[in-house]
Design a protein around this ligand. Structure first.
Ligand SMILES: NC(=O)c1ccc[n+]([C@@H]2O[C@H](COP(=O)([O-])OP(=O)(O)OC[C@H]3O[C@@H](n4cnc5c(N)ncnc54)[C@H](O)[C@@H]3O)[C@@H](O)[C@H]2O)c1
Ligand SMILES: [Zn+2]
Length: 376
């Protein structure tokens, strides 16, 4: 058992994201929230009116720090709250926020700051893309999930009764400000769930990141600043590379869905109540590795490493979905194209491929494996 963790020193990091619609940066720094005003002055070369969209738990813990920084830099700032939680990721929230903004005098020069987890990022991002046909957007993510994934790449969206993220836009922010210090108030379960997305990035294209994460306990990731910044920065870099090459998911961007085909099926089968998203992705990643192993697609030992790393951070919620239910859900996933199920499968740590025509037998063996592992 390896007990030491490799800590890498990182200064302020600026990661460029280049897309056809806009070039921008993700800035990562411990304590960055207190410098948000300064950075936004650089980005906007002036002080346009700012509307911060957030949820009560984030406002309560971090609102003052952000507000002080923005007003200190000369921005006229107003905070607007939305209800907390995935069930408020709805078009009605976009509409209510738009009414609030209008009442408070927001015009086309307004900058919208999405300040919170992935839900706030998706809702406020969508609002910015349609409010008066589009106003400037800044993402300030405050969960691991949002810092390593949701805030970068420009996808916005809300849920419909028939499914998640079915209404949305591509809308790139002017800048993404990532302050890992904000994660200190995140519940342990949320923190860990988000970290599986970082582990996913390691499997997709960064073996070094995977190795550092497989050697670390979740406790040390919470405590060790450099380690945490490294995990976030390397994940953002990977997403930035992929999004820069493929803004609208023509092909390459699909690799980011490693673990998500089965992960979504697990979430849907349990009505989004049993797993946090990252937990379902962790199971999905183990299952994808098992499928790759069954098909002799991956190198020897790859499955075992992905399984062990995913389970090392603690017990994951149990899996009880039947194979036939999971198969039906996978076939009806919105990413399934004309009945052909594509799986992102690991070839080795740091390399994946999109594979179609995965045999049902391999999928059912993978489901049996994760059901078994979840009972251990
Ligand atoms: N746009 C994209 O590319 C993309 C990518 C991945 C996920 N997503 C979306 O992100 C959403 C999930 O995001 P999430 O996991 O961040 O959930 P979330 O936004 O619901 O946040 C989880 C909880 O943590 C609280 N919280 C946030 N920051 C906190 C902090 N610093 N301290 C204490 N509590 C805090 C929130 O109030 C909430 O209760 C999903 O809707 C998913 O579809 C979008
Ligand atoms: Zn995800």
């Amino acid at each position: 058992m390896v007990t030491t963790c490799l800590a890498i020193m990182f200064p302020v990091l600026r990661i460029p994201i280049t897309t056809a619609s806009r070039n921008y940066e993700a800035v990562i720094e411990h304590g960055l929230l207190a410098r948000a005003g300064e950075i936004l002055r650089e980005v906007f070369s002036g002080t346009p009116p700012v509307f911060v969209i957030t949820v009560p738990p984030v406002r309560h813990r971090w609102g003052k720090t952000l507000l002080r920084s923005l007003t200190g830099a000369g921005f006229k700032t107003k905070i607007v709250e939305m209800h907390d939680g995935e069930r408020f990721k709805r078009l009605s929230s976009v509409e209510n926020l738009a009414e609030d903004l209008l009442r408070l005098g927001a015009d086309r020069k307004t900058v919208i700051v999405a300040f919170g987890g992935g839900v706030v990022g998706d809702v406020a991002g969508m609002l910015a893309s349609v409010y008066m046909r589009g106003v400037q957007l800044v993402q300030i993510p405050t969960t691991v999930q949002a810092q390593v994934d949701a805030a970068v790449g420009g996808k916005t969206g809300v849920n419909l009764n028939s499914g998640k993220n079915l209404l949305g836009t591509f809308y790139q922010p002017a800048v993404v400000l990532i302050d890992p210090a904000t994660l200190s108030t995140l519940p342990d379960r949320e923190f860990r769930a988000g970290m599986y997305e970082a582990l996913k990035c390691g499997v997709i294209g960064n073996a070094g990141l995977f190795i550092r994460l497989e050697r670390c306990s979740i406790k040390s990731l919470r405590k060790d600043r450099e380690l945490l910044i490294d995990a976030i920065a390397e994940s953002v870099k990977l997403k930035a590379q992929v999004v820069s090459a493929d803004e609208k998911e023509g092909g390459l961007r699909r690799v980011l869905n490693l673990g998500h085909t089965l992960g979504h099926a697990l979430e849907t089968a349990t009505s989004y109540r049993h797993f946090l998203h990252g937990e379902a992705v962790a199971w999905g990643m183990v299952a994808a590795a098992k499928i790759a192993d069954e098909m002799r697609f991956s190198n020897n030992g790859t499955f075992a490493r992905i399984r062990d790393a995913s389970l090392a951070w603690g017990k994951l919620p149990s899996v009880s979905v039947t194979t036939s239910k999971a198969m039906a859900l996978i076939r009806s996933d919105k990413k399934t194209e004309s009945g052909v199920v594509n799986f992102v499968l690991p070839k080795e740590i740091g390399q994946v491929d999109v594979v179609s025509g995965v045999p049902d037998g391999a999928v059912s063996a993978a489901l049996a494996e994760i059901r078994r592992l979840s009972r251990e």
